[in-house]
Design a protein around this ligand. Structure first.
Ligand code: ADP
Ligand code: ASP
Ligand code: MG
Length: 411
């Protein structure tokens, strides 16, 4: 008997028929003798709708109330799945974040899990009751609902698997594994049977939505065995139907580049005419940090006259309005001439641990993009990735060209 955490994403619980289908999958694991906790997302489209409601009232709204609104999607699916399970004879009980409780910090909208009290849930599960947990949500020490950032149900699932000491965490979604790049955009993408924690972490943080970044961090830290697999396709007779996230030494042959990710969640801000003097970066980024806005790529242009320069950086698209508001408020103090913002950008990244020992990976990327006439706006690199910011309209062209340039297309 194993203890399993199964997570079902938005498309997997997208309508009533699909919720019944999920119940059947859960039943299979229960019938096989396993002790099961299920984590569910909101029905597909629901969270987007709820986010939009908040924005319709105010583009810059109270994040704690945003959480009160958006957490409701998961409450609905957890109750519905519990009913669907009971209906086919499987004892089940829904659990909201506050009922577990899953304690999350005060950073509303992208709160981090602090700890999970597993005793009540665990006792219930050992009595043969399937725990159906509302993903994406927790409760703060002050008793307010908090959500874990978009895609956060993955993190709920991995954190729960770690806390429950589960043997495996299965992430059921609408693709049958992790691919070399988004299979919905590049038809030639190949499925990876195994991917290292490190590469998965980079791929996720650079935009591969299939797993939320924090879920991979959590899996890596607590050595949770994570498998990504399809809700809709059975892989009969296969002992590895999806993709397993593993340690580096479990991978026999390592490619130079293992994946290409993209993120449309970035927006670019340029401050024109900031003073070119010590301390200016600290002055600009200080207020953004205070507002919990993460800055990602940064370039500071060479100063033409030695007194002023332009500073370009990216923030999350969801934070753009707030970032502009914060910066405009400090305009006199920061002493810049003009602020230009651009949300029509995409960050494209190539990732691979093989980069550590091979030169020329970045060059191949720049050349492939240049051959297609795609202009690079910002570049950033780390040990195992190279990222570029380009105009959003070139996303598909860039992904396909790079996929071919690194020899990743399936035969
Ligand atoms: P869920 O609702 O199940 O959490 P998501 O939409 O969050 O599902 O994540 C699954 C989606 O991730 C896929 O439909 C696919 O379009 C996208 N995706 C992006 N990059 C990759 C990749 N490298 N491998 C697999 N899927 C990817
Ligand atoms: N429903 C949330 C979202 O759409 C959380 C999740 O699906 O993981 O972001
Ligand atoms: Mg997701």
């Amino acid at each position: 008997m194993a203890r399993l955490v199964l997570k079902f994403g938005g498309t997997s619980v997208g309508d009533i028929e699909r919720i019944k289908n999920v119940a059947k999958k859960v039943k299979q694991e229960v019938d096989a003798g396993h002790e099961v906790a299920v984590v569910v997302s909101a029905m597909s489209g629901v969270t987007n709708q709820l986010v939009d409601y908040c924005r319709q009232i105010s583009r810059v709204h109270d994040q704690a109330e945003y959480d009160a609104v958006v957490a409701s999607g998961e409450q609905v699916t957890s109750g519905l799945l519990a009913i669907a399970l009971q209906e086919i004879g499987i004892p089940a009980r829904s659990w909201q974040g506050w009922q577990i409780p899953l304690i999350a910090d005060e950073t509303h909208g992208k709160s981090r899990i602090e700890r999970i009290e597993t005793t009540p849930l665990s006792e219930n599960m050992s009595q043969g009751v399937v725990g159906v947990v509302a993903g994406f949500q927790g409760v703060t020490e002050k008793g307010r609902i908090a959500t874990l950032g978009r895609g956060g149900s993955d993190t709920s699932a991995v954190a729960l698997a770690a806390a429950l000491g589960a043997d495996r965490c299965d992430i059921y979604t609408d693709v049958d594994g992790v691919y070399t790049t988004d299979p919905r955009i590049v038809k030639a993408a190949r499925k990876l049977h195994r991917v290292t924690y490190e590469e998965m972490l980079e791929m996720a943080s650079l935009g591969a939505k299939v797993l939320q970044t924090r879920s991979v961090e959590m899996a890596m830290k607590h050595r949770v065995r994570v498998q990504v697999l399809s809700t809709f396709e059975e892989a009969p007779g296969s002992d590895l139907p999806g993709t397993l996230v593993v340690d580096e030494d479990e991978i026999v042959e390592q490619e130079l580049v293992s994946g290409i990710a993209y993120s449309r969640d970035e927006a670019k801000i340029t401050l024109v005419g900031v003073a070119d003097q010590p301390g200016v970066a600290a002055r600009i980024f200080g207020p953004l940090t205070d507002a919990a806005i993460n800055v990602d790529m940064i370039v500071q242009n060479v100063s033409e006259d030695g007194t002023t320069t332009d500073m370009t950086f990216t923030v999350g698209k969801a934070d753009l309005d707030r970032a502009v508001q914060v910066l405009e408020k400090s305009k006199t103090e920061l002493n810049f001439r003009r602020l230009i913002s651009d949300a029509n950008v995409v960050k494209v990244s190539v990732i691979g641990v093989g980069m550590r020992s091979h030169a020329g990976v970045a060059q191949r990327m720049f050349k492939a993009l240049a051959d297609r006439g795609i202009n690079i706006q910002v570049i950033s690199t780390s040990e195992i990735k190279v990222s570029v910011l380009i105009a959003e309209e070139y996303t598909e062209l860039a992904l396909r060209s790079l996929h071919t340039a690194y020899g990743l297309d399936k035969a």
